[in-house]
Design a protein around this ligand. Structure first.
Ligand SMILES: Cc1cc2nc3c(=O)[nH]c(=O)nc-3n(C[C@H](O)[C@H](O)[C@H](O)COP(=O)(O)OP(=O)(O)OC[C@H]3O[C@@H](n4cnc5c(N)ncnc54)[C@H](O)[C@@H]3O)c2cc1C
Length: 402
């Protein structure tokens, strides 16, 4: 089959890899001049095999009044109500009750497990280098009440085979000695030893090179896809903004949050909204954590990626494509410097970044054939977990096409 994969972020490159490996003739397309420049470029690097927790949750519901009153700096709502956003918000609310949350979370965890297995195969088959490491992860809880509230979820996850345990502060410090210098409150931690991390942008670049060399994948970078041509309801070609159409038998749309620009052809894009986040990367130095950390109170994720230390966080419902907001980045920097001043309080070499998570109301990605055009498949809406879920989603799309 001639297949176009539109979008060369983690989801697109992973899809192109598994489709090409299954024997399809793949063209990988991106409007940027190299892969991994979208939401995959500066994310928190976590391969959160055990943290598929959907964003719409009972805990967030309780916290909603504080968010709406602007009392939680980690969240910010900066956009006007339009019908799509209103509907998305109502569906998000409908996903918050405990039963819905666990249903969504269990589904995401199953996809994460599929990704973990595909990652093991990929690592065995390719020699790509992207600072991959089974770093383990500690979720830090600020007080006894929130720590105790985490126990039922840990127990539920253990029942489905996830290795996770609850540690006191001294036990957590034994796992990660850098916590001794951590300036935030820690009543206890949930530890997941098997969670991994890796540089998603390096993964995109390296895997693209492999699929070009080993599977003859064609790339078409620096070209924006404007829509799809069809005969009756069947896809015939991918349409570009600035070149002739590319005839194909199938197209996989993996354009992340920018899928909304294709809504005329893909009505399912309406249920994906961007949730912006920020990251700051500094050089890793002695005394910085090795284990990945999530500060539950401040909603910050810290990761040691090769010779760098990155902090990522914030969840802003802003206008799509709003871009970098200096005042919001300042919140990330100040919050990170307050807890790890030796690393984020210094004015040394650093990399600042913002990106948009493509979020559905349930946090579950859309992996399905388009309702409108046969032959077009959507693989988008991976929200906070696109890096974690990319290979599992790619496997599902490849199986659908088989
Ligand atoms: C601050 C932050 C931290 C995060 N941390 C993590 C984490 O630790 N772990 C995790 O699993 N996930 C994390 N995520 C989420 C994850 O980064 C995203 O879910 C993931 O990158 C989405 O991948 P994607 O391939 O769908 O989209 P993208 O990476 O955005 O790729 C889409 C590609 O499509 C291209 N494109 C768009 N429109 C067109 C068009 N019309 N024509 C041609 N090309 C087009 C873009 O140029 C881009 O390259 C984080 C996100 C943010 C913002």
């Amino acid at each position: 089959m001639r297949i176009a994969v539109v979008g060369a972020g983690v989801v697109g490159v992973s899809s192109a890899y598994l489709l090409a490996r299954a024997g399809h003739r793949v063209t990988l397309i991106d409007m940027e001049t190299e892969p991994g420049k979208g939401a995959s470029a500066g994310n928190a690097a976590q391969l959160s095999w055990a943290y598929g927790d959907a964003m719409a949750s009972p805990a967030l519901l309780k916290h909603l009044p504080a968010i709406l009153a602007g009392r939680d700096p980690a969240f910010c709502i900066r956009r006007r109500l339009d019908p799509d956003f209103l509907l998305w918000g109502l569906r998000f609310l409908a996903n918050m009750p405990s039963r819905r949350w666990w249903h969504n979370t269990r589904d995401i965890l199953a996809l994460a497990e599929q990704s973990r297995q595909e990652m093991a195969l990929l690592l065995a088959e390719t020699a790509i280098v992207f600072d991959y490491r089974v770093a383990g992860k500690l979720h830090l809880y600020p007080d006894k009440a929130s720590f105790c509230a985490a126990r039922p979820t840990v127990e539920r996850k253990r029942q489905i085979g996830i290795d996770q345990c609850m540690l006191s502060r001294p036990e957590a410090e034994a796992v990660e000695p850098a916590l001794k210098a951590y300036q935030g409150e820690i009543a206890g931690a949930v530890y997941t030893p098997d969670d991994a991390l890796g540089d998603a942008a390096a993964f995109c670049r390296q895997l693209t090179a492999v699929i070009i060399k080993n599977f003859g994948v064609s790339v078409c970078f620096g070209r924006r896809v404007a829509g799809f041509e069809r005969y009756r309801r069947q896809l015939t070609a991918v349409r570009f903004a600035d070149r002739d159409p590319l005839p194909v038998d199938a197209a996989i749309v993996t354009v992340g949050p920018l899928i909304r620009a294709l809504v005329a052809d893909l009505p399912e894009a309406r249920s994906i909204q961007p949730v912006a986040g920020y990251s700051l990367t500094v050089p890793w130095r002695e005394g910085a954590p090795h284990v990945s950390l999530t500060d539950v109170k401040r909603k910050l994720a810290f990761a040691a990626i090769g010779d760098r230390l990155r902090v990522a966080g914030l969840a802003d419902l802003a206008r799509p494509g709003a871009g970098f907001a200096a005042d919001r980045f300042a919140v990330l920097r100040e919050t990170a410097s307050a807890v790890l001043p030796d690393f984020f309080g210094q004015a040394e070499w650093q990399h600042v970044w913002s990106g948009e998570r493509p979020m559905t109301p349930s946090s579950r990605p859309i992996i399905a054939q388009s309702r409108k055009i046969r032959g077009v498949y959507v693989n988008a809406g991976h929200g906070m977990l696109g890096w974690t879920l990319a290979l599992g989603s790619a496997r599902r799309i490849t199986d659908m096409l088989a």
